[in-house]
Ligand binder design. Sequence first.
Ligand code: HEC
Length: 227
Amino acid sequence: MKSKSVFLGLVVPVFALLGACTHTPLNFGELQLSEDCSPDTAYFVNNAFPIINSSCAKSGCHDAISSEEDVDLSSWNAIMNSDVVKPGNPDGSKLYEVLFKSGEDRMPPPPELALSDGQKAVIRLWIEQGALNNECIGACDTSVVTYSGSIVPLMSNNCIGCHSGASPSGGISLTSYSDVAVVAGNGKLYGTVAGLSGYSSMPPGVSLNDCLVETIRLWVENGYPND
Ligand code: HEC
């Protein structure tokens, strides 16, 4: 809280003043959409947020309701308001530092899986590039959809933060082909990500972009092969 107003005071004095008067959450970053998807950019919506949402913004941890330690990681605004990211400076950003701690201080704490090196690198790059609220919408190539090339990365970025370990959310693990095949076969995989009625919407609180939903639809329609 205290250091938050200092940080915001430096960056956006006018908004900080408004915030101080009204205590309403600050909203100072319009989503920037880009049509060209640069492979050298870590986009918040496409790359960083799926990792944060699946591994950190869970119920009981850093979602809008639990907000452990006053840290709410359930949206871009919530993340910036929690003062855990210093744009341009990953090594000075709590959100990045805690990924490397040991024992209970590591986030997510054991028995949750630590982030992979690739996931840590995405968070680092996103902060280095200014921690922008950005999304690229150009890249949707569903011409070749496979389990290993399309579904595994999709699950690990968006789902297994909650659906893995000894007590996976909803009693559903999504870490192996046989696990995923069960929900592909009973309609729940597509039903939840497409937000069909009768299914809980997954991931909770955010929607996968249309391209990822289409990827899942095609894979299920093809008979969810283990390829
Ligand atoms: C932030 C944690 C979280 C994330 C991320 C998450 N889930 Fe879930 N999921 C849950 C919880 C909690 C439940 C059980 C309660 C419910 O059904 O709403 C659940 C239930 C489910 C169910 C059973 C729903 C039903 O209607 O029977 C499926 C299938 C599922 N999730 C798939 C996914 C997929 C696929 C993803 C990624 C695209 C995903 N989940 C991401 C927390 C999460």
